[in-house]
Design a protein around this ligand. Structure first.
Ligand SMILES: CC(C)(COP(=O)(O)OP(=O)(O)OC[C@H]1O[C@@H](n2cnc3c(N)ncnc32)[C@H](O)[C@@H]1OP(=O)(O)O)[C@@H](O)C(=O)NCCC(=O)NCCS
Length: 184
């Protein structure tokens, strides 16, 4: 079991963002799970409740990796000096009447690597990959007023509205959710 325990990034760390190829997703499974584990431990509302052991994070990513291998979603990763510190997914497979649409999910950056523009880079690459897949409309949701929602505003996403009490934080408190869309 490998749980990411990283020092804060040095300002000079070289950042690389790329879509993971099918053979690479297996290789990076532990690191991807480590980032999810760290985000939930930090209180992020991203589907999971506390306690959220590393094994559950790994099981969640095993499911995402299986989907990626079937071409149903893309998994992108951000590396800092070669270490995986962030990830985002593009869900490609939607109902037959929405072939032009994709959803963005699980934008996650390890706490040690935040505030360096890594999430922004991940989103820019995710949009480019979606466009390359022929998608012209993206949809996502985020905790209202949170760090991610601010990022989506900055990147030109349009707010549909707020759904009060839509989800829970890992500790059980309710949180409002804002739904966004972006035309590519
Ligand atoms: C939301 C999340 C992905 C943002 O990741 P991040 O890599 O820190 O995001 P960025 O660095 O692009 O932007 C964060 C802030 O750093 C600032 N920033 C970016 N580069 C910077 C730099 N070089 N120097 C100083 N500040 C910088 C941004 O302007 C932004 O400021 P703001 O918070 O005032 O808006 C991260 O906090 C996270 O993983 N949260 C938990 C999981 C989660 O909630 N995911 C969203 C699901 S919808």
């Amino acid at each position: 079991m490998r749980i990411a325990r990283m020092q804060d990034l040095t300002p000079s760390a070289a950042i690389e963002v790329r879509r993971l190829a099918s053979d690479e997703v297996d290789e990076q499974l532990d690191a991807l799970a480590g980032v999810l584990f760290d985000c939930v431990a930090g209180g992020a509302s991203v589907s999971y409740m506390a306690p959220f052991p590393y094994e559950d994070a790994r099981a969640a990513f095993e499911g995402f990796v299986a989907e990626a291998k079937h071409g149903r979603r893309l998994i992108l990763a951000a590396f800092a000096d070669g270490d995986l510190v962030g990830t985002v997914q593009v869900i490609l497979e939607l109902p037959p009447n929405q072939p032009h649409r994709a959803e963005i999910a699980k934008l996650l950056v390890h706490r040690s690597a935040r505030g360096r523009g890594i999430a922004q880079l991940l989103m820019e690459h995710a949009e480019a990959e979606a466009r390359a897949e022929g998608k012209t409309l993206l949809v996502l949701d985020a905790v209202t007023g949170g760090d991610a929602a601010r990022l989506y505003d900055r990147l030109g996403w349009t707010t549909v509205g707020v759904i009060p009490g839509y989800a829970l934080y890992p500790d059980g408190r309710p949180c409002d959710t804002t739904v966004f869309w972006k035309a590519l």
